[in-house]
Write a protein that binds this ligand. Structure first.
Ligand SMILES: [Zn+2]
Length: 322
């Protein structure tokens, strides 16, 4: 009996395929009292992750700082120097109208980018197959040479380039379902034949860049105001997932923003928790259907209505972990 129990414990351990990366320093980065990209976002996610029991399905890791070389693969050296220079010893430095740095911001940004690279390393070492990086600041509005929309370093781009450059993967895909267009991601990885970008967002919403240019390696899926979750799901099933199956990426990166939820003030799409669960399930289905795909790494992007952010995020992560 004792032997059987031991065996069951081992089997349970081997089944823990999903990792969660986070760090206490993510709660120290603040951009003022009225900025919606606040530490409370992560606190709410962590609380619900624990209360819902989802925590038992995942293995937690502490994020580590990104290497300078990894940052340099996605960003200009001048820009990295600028961020380091702008990082205040005390008080706050305003970078642009919605983005600011306090004394902890630069460290948090480097930890957020480091989490994605660490997740890639863990997948390549067969420690786990799926990872969720519960990080802030977010990354998909960070361009090669400038920040914007609460973002400093482009976390998914840095992790994707780490997979290609350091681990020698031949091709990767990035899927972005945040309600805002991931303009920084298209700026950094647009035009590359070894990267497929899938980007779904509310049309005519910040940052408006999609109105002008869609790179050759990207599929943009703009949705009008008031689009229901069912229409979003149909696009995923008819456009995104077939594209992923055809491209056959060796790793999938996800810009996981939860601001397309119907309770969100920042936008007017009508997704609900089960839509995010659907997305999580489908990404796992795709992963399972691609024998050469080593894993997936999802990084938290937007989501500002505290309650719906936590519920949506946990619904998504539970699917990754099941
Ligand atoms: Zn967003």
């Amino acid at each position: 009996m004792l032997k059987l129990l031991k065996f069951e414990k081992k089997a349970e351990k081997a089944m823990a395929k999903t990792a969660l990366f986070t760090h206490a320093s993510f709660l120290k980065h603040k951009m003022g009292d009225v900025n919606p990209e606040s530490p409370a976002r992560l606190e709410k996610i962590t609380e619900l992750m624990f209360a819902s029991g989802a925590e038992s399905q995942i293995e937690k890791y502490e994020a580590k700082m990104v290497s300078y070389t990894d940052m340099l693969a996605a960003h200009d050296a001048d820009y990295l120097q600028y961020l380091s220079r702008m990082s205040p010893k005390e008080g706050m430095t305003v970078i642009n109208e919605d983005t600011a740095m306090n004394p902890y911001t630069w460290e948090a940004a480097q930890l957020a980018a480091g989490a994605g690279c660490q997740a890639v390393d863990g997948i390549m070492a067969s420690q786990f197959q799926r990872a969720f990086c519960a990080v802030r600041p977010p990354g998909h509005h960070a361009h090669r040479d400038h920040s914007g929309g609460f973002c400093f370093l482009n976390n998914v781009c840095i992790a994707a380039l780490h997979a290609l450059g350091v681990h020698g993967l031949k091709k990767v895909a990035i899927a972005d379902f945040d309600v805002h267009h991931g303009d920084g991601t298209s700026d950094i990885l647009g035009g590359r034949e070894d990267v497929l970008i899938l980007d779904g967002f509310q049309e005519a919403l910040y940052p408006y860049a999609h109105l002008h240019h869609c790179p050759t390696n990207a599929i943009y899926s703009p949705f009008p105001e008031g689009t229901e979750g069912e229409a979003l799901r149909r696009t995923m099933d008819e456009v995104w997932f077939p594209a992923l199956l055809e491209f056959k990426p060796e790793m999938i990166f996800i810009s996981a923003g939860f601001d397309a939820h119907r309770e969100e003030d920042q936008a007017q799409l009508l997704m609900v928790e089960r839509d995010y669960a659907f997305l999580g399930r489908r990404f796992v289905n795709v992963l399972e259907a691609l024998p050469d795909c080593k894993g997936l790494v999802a990084c938290l992007e937007g989501g500002y209505s505290m309650s719906s952010l936590a519920r949506s995020c946990v619904s998504f992560v539970r699917q990754l972990a099941s």
